[in-house]
Design a protein around this ligand. Structure first.
Ligand code: GLC
Length: 755
């Protein structure tokens, strides 16, 4: 600065800095707006040149022939349609070579409009990360963004522009196979994770070479399918939809998600794909969403099965009118939209809106400037198997493992053990560790998966003898392997047993009516326990399972989900304490399937189970409580909560309450604790849940260390949708709960909200 004003001081410096930042922000905003205007002009200029056929072409997406993630529509003229500019996108087409070949055909078309290539990059591309539900248990938003970032880097290096992720469906029914794909039961945690994944996939901005378009799916309420059966109907009040199922989608819009995917299910009888309220009134209306909506696979055509369309003509009319911009695979748009326009049933304006949304993204990605921008053979060679990606997978894996039980501190294991028996059907499995919705990259050996056996070998020293027995298969009643397993176990100081459900038992269309550990695996545990040796059980699954025998009898249990490429190393890091487990459940674990749907943020009812003097809402045969509650997870250390402070007990609507609590690591291991803030609106114009997660902090504390955590409560954390669907905070008494889980509440304190 050339001169210093006489009154120059620190405050003045702050003011100068703030003005400069404001100026930069305005400049940046103007720059973004300028770019948006520029793209819009280009979109409009292309649109003016397009025939109706070419416009309709952009609204179609076909499956390539690498793999099908749904029922295929036979079509032996994809090439001809691409060359004629009658296709907007391909999915399940991967690799620089293959995407380049399709793009070369696309730019032979009259207007040379490039194709979009989409793929389900759900939890990693070539490097596989923990399944999303496992990663959600880390409550680590930064790490979650990082894994999505790496997935986008690898996928974009292989020609992919667009991932059909994050799946943000709230799920409270572990029978549903797709719980593995989301972030569990809670709207607050689910919203934070949804936003982190969008930011990870899309990076700083679309058009960066390492960024891909994200896709918020499945819009909406797909996780509430009756009976936990995929694709089944959903029946819910609009209030519940707004309160529980929409917030993660809104969080993706606020995070700038490029696309949406609607869902297979009907909501109260209206298929989501033909649901105007969802797609036009809420998404493109109230939320002012500017991206585009793709159908879920053939969900446009499936409205015929739903019985809300007599034929493809009516299905296409319903979907385009309701706001579904692109038809994946069903060809309802291709075969009917031109006729619908000719018959005056669909305006060209409606089609133009959909086309513009799609073209906008193609410009934003830079595909018009360079259709081969993501077809860089060199990048594909260097980006897909970087050691730092594997390192991240190993860290993400360890962060996702939930310590459910650790009697007498059996864990962590000592490196001085002379012998360990590693037993079970998953010990030497490879691809099982990838879980469902993994990507098998053709031509690239994606089997660089560290098995659980290999992970242990990598960890223990030459002085520890590792013994192995499979014991049994994951399914079936054959116990022939038990004897050998018991003999092996008798030779070891400690037994590690790795059991679970097959990865093919969760994921799309993989629903289970019985969510116990299949086969005779728990009987194998019983035989091993009979040896009197200590047993550590690893449970591998894509969902909360029921395993009461294991839970009640095994001294130590780690829920290892499906952890991906570095599963073995991540598990070994936790087993031996090189990583102190810190994960906490993102979904309630039922005692048995009869308790489902089960979730912590339930209403109190007029006869809560606490009112033991009158008949109440409990079961006569088991507790209403879960086996393991939302937010539960142990550590090798312990944490003390003390010194809860509230900045005030009376809060006006425009004020805030600062809540602080001191956390101390009272154990002998450094570790992380996820401190949870729950709130309860004690009296409302409608019943309010007994508690709702409204904030959390994940903090690292060295052994003996302390930290004071502060939460800020403002009106929006106290607000809810009332009977008129207004987002309101009502004056009255509120309860603050600070907990280590939704059940392990360490502090309760009331305050009052006043006008
Ligand atoms: C599948 C899934 C959806 C996926 C799409 C493309 O049916 O429901 O999540 O993105 O089809 O594979």
């Amino acid at each position: 600065m050339l001169f210093k004003p006489l009154f120059y001081n620190v405050n003045m410096k702050k003011i100068v800095i703030n003005i400069s930042m404001l100026f930069l922000a305005v400049m940046q905003l103007n720059n973004v707006t300028a770019q948006q205007k520029f793209i819009k002009q280009k979109v409009d200029s292309v649109l003016r040149l397009m025939t109706l056929d070419e416009k309709i072409g952009q609204l179609n997406q076909y499956n390539d022939d690498w793999r099908a993630t749904g029922p295929i529509t036979p079509d032996n003229n994809k090439i001809g349609q691409v060359k004629a500019g009658q296709l907007g996108s391909l999915l399940n087409c991967i690799g620089v070579s293959r995407t380049r070949s399709w793009q070369e055909l696309a730019i032979q078309s009259r207007l040379k409009i490039p194709l979009l290539f989409g793929l389900d990059v759900i939890h990693g591309f070539n490097t596989t990360f923990p399944i999303p539900l496992a990663e959600a248990c880390s409550w680590d938003l930064e790490a979650t963004e990082q894994t999505a970032r790496v997935a986008a880097t690898e996928a974009s290096a292989s020609g992919i522009h667009w991932t059909f992720a994050p799946m943000v469906d709230i799920a409270r029914d572990p029978r549903w196979g797709r719980v593995m794909e989301g972030a569990g039961e809670d709207p607050y945690l689910g919203s934070k994770i949804a936003a982190a994944r969008v930011k990870g996939f899309q990076g700083n901005k679309l058009g960066d070479i390492n960024s891909v378009m994200a896709c918020a799916k499945h819009f909406a309420a797909y996780g509430a399918a009756i009976g936990g059966r995929d694709y089944n109907s959903v029946d819910m009040s609009e209030r519940l939809l707004w309160e529980v199922y929409l917030p993660p989608f809104k969080a993706t819009v606020d995070a700038g998600v490029a696309t949406f995917m609607n869902s297979f299910n009907d909501i109260n009888g209206v298929p989501a794909t033909g649901n105007k309220m969802l797609q036009r009134d809420i998404l493109k209306g109230k939320w002012n969403y500017k991206g585009f909506v793709v159908s879920d696979w053939g969900s446009v055509g499936e409205m015929i099965n739903h019985g809300t369309a007599k034929n493809g003509y009516e299905a296409a009319l319903s979907a385009i009118t309701a706001g579904c911009d692109m038809d994946m695979e069903s060809r309802s748009y291709k075969n009917n939209l031109a006729k619908l326009v000719e018959d005056g049933k669909v305006s060209v304006g409606l089609i133009d809106d959909a086309v513009k949304r799609i073209l906008y993204k193609k410009f934003e990605l830079g595909l018009f400037d360079n259709p081969f921008k993501y077809c860089n053979e060199q990048r594909e060679k260097t980006e897909l198997a970087k050691p730092e990606h594997a390192k991240l997978a190993r860290e993400a894996g360890a962060k996702s493992i939930v310590l459910l039980k650790n009697q007498n501190n059996l864990l962590p294991l000592s490196r001085n053990l002379k012998s360990i028996a590693f037993i079970g059907p998953l010990v030497k499995a490879l691809k099982q560790n990838k879980g469902s919705w993994d990507v098998e990259v053709p031509g690239i050996d994606s089997n660089f998966i560290v098995s659980q056996w290999e992970g242990l070998q990598n960890k223990v020293g030459a002085n520890t003898k590792l013994l192995y027995a499979k014991g049994c298969e994951m399914e079936g009643n054959n116990k022939d392997g038990f004897a050998e397993a018991v003999e092996v176990a008798k030779q070891a100081e400690v037994i590690i047993l790795s059991i679970g459900e097959r990865r093919e038992m969760s994921g799309e269309a993989r629903n289970r009516s019985d969510i116990t550990i299949p086969g005779v695996q728990e009987e194998l545990l019983k035989s091993l326990l009979a040896t009197g040796k200590p047993v550590v059980v690893l449970i591998n699954a894509g969902r909360p399972l029921v395993f009461n025998y294991t839970s009640d009898n095994a001294p130590a249990i780690l829920y290892t989900w499906w952890l991906g490429s570095e599963a073995g190393n991540a598990i070994a890091d936790v087993l031996f304490g090189d990583f102190n487990p810190s994960a906490k459940l993102a979904m309630s674990f039922p005692i048995n399937v009869g308790q489902i749907p089960i979730y912590y943020s339930h209403f109190n009812t007029g006869r809560p189970v606490t009112s033991s003097k009158v008949p109440n809402t409990s079961y006569i045969d088991i507790s209403v409580d879960p086996k393991y509650e939302f937010g539960y997870g142990l550590s090798y250390t312990s944490f003390q909560y003390s010194n809860l402070q509230l900045s005030k007990k009376l809060m006006k609507m425009n004020e805030q309450v600062d809540v602080s609590v001191t956390i101390t690591n009272t154990g002998k291991y450094d570790g992380e604790e996820i401190v949870q803030l729950y709130l309860r609106d004690k009296v409302g114009s409608i019943a309010r849940p007994v508690k709702e997660l409204k904030d959390f902090r994940k903090i690292f504390l060295k052994a003996g260390g302390s930290e004071t955590v502060t939460f800020v409560i403002r009106k929006e954390k106290l607000s809810f949708y009332n009977q008129q669907l207004q987002w309101v905070a009502e004056p009255g008494d509120f309860q603050i709960m600070i907990g280590a889980s939704s059940k392990d509440i360490r502090f309760m304190e009331d305050f009052e909200l006043i006008r």
